[in-house]
Design a protein around this ligand. Sequence first.
Ligand code: PPS
Length: 568
Amino acid sequence: MMLPNLAPISELYVSYDSAQKLKQEAADLASWDLTPRQICDLELLMNGGFNPLKGFLSEADYDGVVENMRLADGTLWPIPITLDVSEDFAAKLEEGQDIALRDQEGVILATMTITDSWVPNKAREAEKVFGADDVAHPAVNYLHHTAGKVYLGGPVTGIQQPVHYDFRGRRDTPNELRAYFRKLGWRRIVAFQTRNPLHRAHQELTFRAAKEAQANLLIHPVVGLTKPGDVDHFTRVRCYEAVLDQYPQSTTTMSLLNLAMRMAGPREAVWHGLIRANHGVTHFIVGRDHAGPGKNSAGEDFYGPYDAQELFKQHQDEIGVEMVDFKHMVYVQERAQYYPVSEVPEDATVLDISGTELRRRLREGIEIPEWFSFPEVVQELRRTSPPRAQQGFTVFFTGLSGSGKSTIANALMVKLMEMGGRPVTLLDGDVVRKNLSSELGFSKEHRDLNIRRIGYVASEITKNGGIAICAPIAPYTATRRAVREEIEQYGAFVEVHVATSLEECERRDRKGLYKLAREGKIKEFTGISDPYEEPATPELRVDTEGVEVDNCAHQVILKLESLGLIKA
Ligand code: PPS
């Protein structure tokens, strides 16, 4: 039987006085502004959550971790904790030099002595750690498209914890949790890792797991970085707080873990186990497809459904935490009770709601039954994900100059304002160029910058429940895609191609610009001396030739209705 070692674990922080001194000295050091993921990693390095690591991995440790899940000295460690930086920054450094690690506001959190600097083979890292060099995997995508080209390794000296302004009382370091368990006399503790809201089935399965292990329960949700598209942690924590009241008093506690998940399935499960061991727990619930990243680019799962459980079992002794099987719970209607799927009485009516179905019900404002979740949880989720017809969205017109984008966009704005309910903002090409982008010209670089600015403003409007109507030329597919991705985090992105032909735009030549462009008096003119990449699959394509503006705007309204974004 595993009993917890609840003695304090070693941290990387120096004493308060040394920290003050170090902070002053560090002002002169070369400094690196940490990314959100690096801040999460640094916090767990400094507070002992990543014990036995003493800093960001050296090259030898990294190689060992990538190849066989072990540090150079043979210790089990499955995920590379590396400090990725730009080539320019790395070029200025020498071995043995100290650098300051700062948060995004410039506060010095730690110093690090550089022992190693190398260019990693990212394809190998992707294959070995995540199982495939496929950017459909969020961590592989991060590795190739966000992470810097060079890795720095070396020991870290902790100055101060990253500051959190939210849920302070719910965040605990490993030592704080250990002290809490000691104080309450908890000897066996089963931890439940989650990045999703908890519903009745989760409450049942965690409570059962605790009973089976004769243990107390620690709900240990991740609030650092989870999978893109997850419910934000603010909402989740309010949901967890509501569920916490459902457990018998003093059997269960909840603590927030500022971990940056990698969605690495089996390796991630082992990593989660090690982190939990550092937090003083004895048991850990691992389920089907633990920390799964979704489908690969061929539409298949990255890992087998039980790979995580198998890998965990193999290394259980070294991890120092016992695995508890996650039981898939379903609701049996006749008994009005939850059962593990394997124990469902014969001929019983089994009810279950999948994650996809839940999202559909939220999106469409359909009832979510009480047997499935707690009313307080549903209420929280509805506050953050109102039905589609109340969410913000962006209509993004694209087309040649003089194609009629602005005219249709204006008509659409007026129609939407007539309907009321949500604020409407029009970001017209010309208007944006007068205000947001007055210093920009029409090179590819400047056009991209212009579109990205429009995208940023539209994403903020969408996030806050408004309607953004954009009407720039936006000639490049890749830039339009980037803006779509940014906005789709918060609401729908409806691309409308105003497909007026070049001949027609030139014939109309409302502003006389085509004539000037033909005469060479305006350079880089879209359609004449600069490219326009037509959208291949816009949500809507409107043809303005021989069609009234009112009718074009109406087509957009019909599209918005069919997408459920407005109600007829
Ligand atoms: S872009 O490519 O999306 O950044 O362009 P946009 O911000 O929509 O600006 C297009 C308007 O600027 C005028 N204009 C030009 N258009 C294209 N190419 C060149 N070289 C150019 N120079 C000035 C033109 O009036 C466009 O307005 P619209 O409303 O599209 O006709």
